[in-house]
Write a protein that binds this ligand. Structure first.
Ligand SMILES: [Zn+2]
Length: 149
C-alpha cells in the first residue's frame, strides 16, 4: 500500500516514512490526477474537507501528530513491521541503501562513526542515516506531542 499526504500533514509524512511506509507528499491537489488513474491508487491522508474528490481518502481531524497517528493506527498497522522501520529517507521517501562504513566516514561525526556499524544512504539526497537518526527523531516527536497534551 502506498500513501499520499497533502501539504497540511508534513509531520505525519515524516512519521510514515520513518516507519518505512511509501509516502508521497504533494503540495498541489492537481498532482492527485496522476494517481487517480492508477489501478491501485494510493491512500490519501488529508485535513482538507473541501475540494477533495479523490478516492480513497481518509480525513484527519486532529492537529497534534501524536493524535493523528492514533487516528490512522488501524489503517497503517498491517503494513508496518520491524523490517520496514528505517528503510526510507525522511526527506524524499527514497528507499535507503546500505553503504560500507568506510565510504561515509568523512560525512558523519567521529563519535557516531565509531559507535555504529550500520549506515544507510539516501540515493536521492545523499543524506546518511544510522540507527540513531530515526530513533532520535521519534523521541523528539513523542516528547513534543506529550508537551501539547
Ligand atoms: Zn533523501
Amino acid at each position: 500500500m502506498r500513501f499520499i499526504c497533502d501539504s497540511t500533514l508534513g509531520k505525519l509524512t515524516k512519521y510514515l516514512r520513518i516507519l518505512g511506509l511509501d509516502t508521497v507528499s504533494i503540495n498541489n491537489l492537481d498532482t492527485l490526477n496522476q494517481y487517480r488513474q492508477l489501478a491501485d491508487p494510493p491512500l490519501l491522508f488529508t485535513k482538507r474537507t473541501k475540494n477533495i474528490s479523490y478516492q480513497p481518502a481518509v480525513f484527519i481531524q486532529k492537529n497534534n501528530i501524536h493524535e493523528q497517528t492514533k487516528e490512522i493506527e488501524n489503517i497503517i498497522k498491517p503494513y508496518i513491521n520491524s523490517k520496514t522501520f528505517m528503510t526510507r529517507c525522511i526527506k524524499c521517501n527514497a528507499p535507503l541503501e546500505l553503504v560500507r562504513k568506510e565510504d561515509i566516514e568523512a560525512r558523519v561525526p567521529e563519535y557516531i562513526y565509531h559507535h555504529h556499524e550500520e549506515f544507510k544512504l539516501c540515493p536521492s539526497c545523499k543524506k546518511v542515516y544510522w540507527e540513531g537518526t530515526h530513533a532520535e527523531q521519534m523521541k523528539k516527536w513523542t516528547r513534543a506531542a506529550s508537551a501539547l497534551e
